[in-house]
Design a protein around this ligand. Sequence first.
Ligand SMILES: [Zn+2]
Ligand SMILES: [Zn+2]
Length: 179
Amino acid sequence: MNDEGVEALHKILRRARIEAGLTQAALAAQVGCTQSAISMMEAGRQEVLSKESLVKLAKIVGVELPESAVGGGGTSARGGDGMAVCPNFNCPSNMPYMVGDEVYFMPQGTSGSGRHCALCGELLTRKCPRCGAEILTAGGCCSSCGGAIVELPSGYTAGERAWVDSRITAIERIRFRHG
Ligand SMILES: [Zn+2]
Ligand SMILES: [Zn+2]
């Protein structure tokens, strides 16, 4: 399985982890991501980890990353700055959706250079509130730790399907009107 003598990075990292005597879970705890993120990375899906996490991981297992793995660009269509996300769950830029009884939010992400949300005025965030990794990809969950980027505040119970449905309707109406 060793194609041209060049071993894929994820295989090197996997072997280094094993040689370091670390389980995926133990490594995940040190990096500050989920075990499934490690598992996916080792299966060749490096993009599940943020650059910061990958650098951290490599340092822990003693692997020097090639420039191509940490060099700038490539992962973001927004100039390498990641996405700016409005942390306000009640903002029209965050479309709620349900997975089972859990409410999640799909942040629209703003490409603007402003520091505040154009829709609700909230200060935008570019980091995951849980692990601090840069938000690089569109989606409701952090690509580094798997945690939700925007969450319902406590007091709102999960499973509020009617609320979610009404929010979706209202947000779609707003988005239609403003193009
Ligand atoms: Zn907002
Ligand atoms: Zn995170």
